[in-house]
Design a binder for this molecule. Structure first.
Ligand SMILES: *Cc1c(COP(=O)(O)O)cnc(C)c1O
Length: 354
């Protein structure tokens, strides 16, 4: 417990005696069994993997710890990334932990409050670029070419290596791979990493099979579904607001080799799943994370039968990253009352009637 992914999965990672075994306690996140949604979808067993329980509140820590450890091993003194928020939060945390300078480029006005707060708190150098994520990524790629700074976006191969440990954990807990694995898709690194993880675990005979991957993009940012880049991606789910995924080819290969699909869900469907998870499962995740559940609901609605099947939804980040959104869409009135017993009692009675 809390040993981190480098120690736990050493033999599956590209690390050697010279790699510093750093850890902020990432990985080993809960796999929670669904209380109601699984039944509603006719699924034998539905699980949620709570990646929001990672040290900075998203799965990005799994890949960042490997990328930063390798940067240290190679003598780097600084890391840089473009980010819709979670990558910068993670890079800033691991950078601080390892004494590295961290530079993050974020699309101006397009990053959730909690994520920006993290980068600020961890002391990263933050540059807000007047452009979208794809443009920020192009900039940091150029900067890392020209200057002695390590790029830690998921184009850094160590990121995907670390992120594949999520698949290992699913198998370690369930005893084998599930029938279906549902996952949100933005820059498409994570779906590619999970596929690699499941395949490697199968080859190592820790699993007897691989799951079908069901990847979900947001409708306004669905290049993999459309088959071409989207110049101005838009969706409420900022973590997957990406128009030209870096891991495009890997994600398509993951989809096809697994016999799965990559589909799109609307913002409305995402928000419905986001609310449902909180209110009927007690799980508060990011809107982007809820895309996995929105997508599963969609494909079941279209006729996919989960009878006798086991499914896992990867909930990639915590809802606390974006508290403004939760408050914006709140449909429960916040009552203001004087500190008076009778009036409080009356208010509770009238609320219960609703
Ligand atoms: C990064 C991120 C995603 C998308 O993952 P990709 O590897 O970019 O496809 C989804 N949800 C959250 C919370 C993220 O931080």
């Amino acid at each position: 417990m809390g040993e981190g992914v480098l120690r736990r999965y050493k033999s599956f990672l590209p690390i050697g005696p010279a790699t510093p075994m750093v850890s902020l306690g990432e990985g080993d996140t809960p796999l929670v069994k669904s209380q109601s949604l699984g039944r509603a979808l006719g699924c034998a067993e539905l699980y949620f993997k709570l990646e929001g329980c990672n040290p900075t509140g998203s799965f990005k820590d799994r890949g960042m710890v490997v990328a930063v450890a390798k940067a240290l091993e190679e003598g780097s003194r600084a890391v840089i990334c473009a980010s819709t928020g979670n990558t910068s939060a993670s890079a800033a945390a691991y950078g601080a932990y390892c004494g590295l300078t961290t530079i993050v480029l974020v699309p101006k006005g397009n990053i959730a409050m909690g994520k920006l707060a993290q980068a600020v708190a961890y002391g990263a150098h933050i540059l807000a670029v007047n452009g979208n994520f794809d443009q920020a990524l192009a900039l940091v790629r150029d900067l890392a070419q020209k200057h002695p700074v390590t790029l830690v976006n998921s184009v850094n191969p160590y990121r995907l290596e670390g992120q594949k440990t999520g698949a290992f954990e699913v198998v370690d807990v369930l005893g084998d791979a599930p029938d279906y694995l549902c996952i949100p898709v933005g820059n498409a690194g994570n779906i590619s990493a999970y596929w690699r993880g499941f395949r490697q675990y199968c080859q190592a005979e820790h699993a007897t099979r691989t799951p079908r991957l069901l990847g979900f993009q947001a409708e306004g940012a669905a290049p993999l579904v459309l088959g071409h880049p989207v110049a101005e991606p838009h969706t409420i789910a900022s973590a997957i607001r990406i128009g030209n995924p870096a891991s495009w080819k890997l994600a398509i290969a993951a989809r096809d080799e697994s016999g799965g699909v990559i589909d799109a869900v609307s913002d409305e469907e995402i928000l419905e799943a986001y609310k449902l998870l909180a209110r009927s499962e007690g799980i508060f995740c990011e809107p982007a994370s809820a895309a996995s559940v929105a997508g599963l609901r969609k494909v079941v609605g279209q006729g996919l039968s989960l009878k006798g099947k086991q499914a896992v939804c990867i909930l990639t980040g915590t809802g606390l990253k974006d508290p403004e959104l939760a408050n914006q869409i709140a449909d429960i009135p916040l009552l203001e009352l004087p500190p008076d017993l009778e009036q409080v009692e009356q208010a509770i009675v009238s609320l219960r009637g609703k």
